[in-house]
Design a protein around this ligand. Structure first.
Ligand code: SF4
Length: 433
């Protein structure tokens, strides 16, 4: 391959993939190779694929096929990430125009292929990239959980926590680069430190303490992807005690029926969920809870699904997503009997969403009349030409929850206070004060 001078990077999938792409770009930053906005202008096109569910695999495959079809002979097409980890060989044979295929965790090899001297680059270089007021901090990768529907442990391998020292350095650089919020991500953030022999008390609660001291009280820390059985008293007390940990928790629960949860090989003690939710609410009355569920897992009966509906209604999540179960190769559940027909899955998801919209609308109403700090993501004008800003308070995580739209002026990236005047099922409306 001739020495490439420019590259174009395409990232598909979830925020965790965004973080991988950012790391990759930082390996290249400061070198000779320059990023370009259009694939057509690049000597090398790099695709970071997603393989989480069939749908994302198909989307990744389609994106690669399109790029391959439009590629010039002098361009190099490199495909890496989750999908190639699973389907690398198939991809090479089906799309011969792909020049190189890499699995996950091989970004240094991709950089080397592009003739970047990665040994001369620090793991966390000087060019932390921050777009908008928030940045993701990936505290671990991989997962040791046995969930029967999930292929992630096959793709990513077992849990590997990033050392606290490295995370402190990365967090400080992100803040120096302008981040006002660090969103902690990993396949299971609450498992952080387990592979280093740290128990629940010293693991994530300890890390939150260290990060909070490192970035100062002004920077928000937000926790995504908590594993239900690891939402410990220590974690709840730490969240309540550290002022910059926002009162928001995302705990993907997947189901509300113990029988379904058993087949999923997920924590299945529903009483325990009620218990920790009770503690979260008693300790932090303003806590915002997010979760996600799967409808139509193999064997899910109508009464089991109704248990899920009742459970979600009793807890009353501020934000809840619902996916239809998707059969995934290399998982235990792919061969389970009693697969639920697609139309039943979709109908159940729909019923869930109708209920959740009612709950979310009610939950959002409690913010009306409150004045809250908001991180500004963008500004513009309404249809009458009045200035408006869009942003997020602690109630909304980036990319997955709603927004706040407020009348007034403020620059993107700034923190302002907004008075909430109205609410809908997903968004809040108000004015900058
Ligand atoms: S905890 Fe999450 S990433 Fe790990 S196996 Fe279960 S669903 Fe997959």
């Amino acid at each position: 391959m001739a020495q490439p001078k420019t590259y174009h990077l395409i990232t598909l999938g979830c925020p965790k993939n965004d973080v991988d792409s950012e790391h990759f770009e930082r390996l290249l930053a400061g070198g000779e190779l320059l990023p370009v906005l259009n694939a057509a202008d690049a000597d090398a096109i790099v695709v970071n694929t997603c393989g989480f569910i069939e749908q994302s695999q198909a989307q990744s495959m389609e994106a690669v096929q399109l790029l391959a079809a439009g590629k010039r002979p002098d361009q190099t097409l490199i495909v890496a990430g989750c999908m190639t980890q699973l389907y690398g060989a198939q991809l090479s044979s089906e799309v011969p125009a792909v020049d190189h295929v890499f699995g996950v965790g091989q970004w240094r090899d991709v950089a080397k292929l592009l003739q970047v001297d990665v040994d001369a680059v620090h793991d966390i270089p000087e060019h932390a990239k921050v777009t908008g007021p928030s940045a993701y901090l990936k505290i671990s990768d991989g997962c040791d959980a046995p969930c029967t529907f999930c292929v992630i442990p096959k793709i990513k391998g077992g849990l590997r926590s990033a050392p606290a020292g490295l995370l402190v350095k990365e967090a400080q650089r992100l803040v120096e680069a302008g981040a006002k919020e660090l969103v902690l991500v990993g396949q299971d953030t609450t498992a952080w430190g387990e592979d280093m022999g740290l128990g629940v008390a010293r693991g994530l609660p300890g890390l939150l303490q260290i990060l909070s001291e490192a970035v100062g009280a002004e920077t928000w820390l937000r926790l995504m992807y908590a594993y239900p059985s690891r939402v410990s008293d220590q974690l709840i007390e730490t969240m309540a005690a550290i002022p910059n940990v926002v009162h928001y928790l995302d705990v993907p629960l997947q189901h509300g029926s113990e029988a379904t949860l058993r087949r999923m090989k997920r924590p299945h003690n529903i009483e325990r969920v009620h218990e920790f939710v009770g503690k979260l609410r008693a300790t932090m009355p303003d806590i915002v809870l997010r979760t996600s569920f799967i409808a139509g897992f193999p064997g899910e009966t109508e009464p089991e699904f109704e248990e899920l509906l009742a459970f979600a209604k009793t807890i009353g999540f501020d934000h809840a997503g619902c996916f239809t179960y998707s059969r995934q190769q290399w998982t235990e559940a792919v061969d389970l009997e009693d697969q639920v027909p697609d139309e039943v899955k979709h109908e159940r998801r729909e019923r869930f969403m109708v209920q959740q919209q009612r709950i979310a609308t009610k939950k959002a109403r409690r913010f009306v009349g409150k004045t809250l700090p908001m991180l500004v993501e963008g500004s513009g004008e309404d249809e009458d030409g009045n200035p408006v800003v869009a942003g997020r308070t602690y109630r909304e995580a980036p990319e997955v929850d709603g927004m706040v739209l407020a009348r007034g002026r403020a620059e993107a990236g700034r923190r302002v206070r907004v008075r909430i005047e109205e609410s809908s099922e997903y968004d809040l409306f108000g004015r900058v004060v």
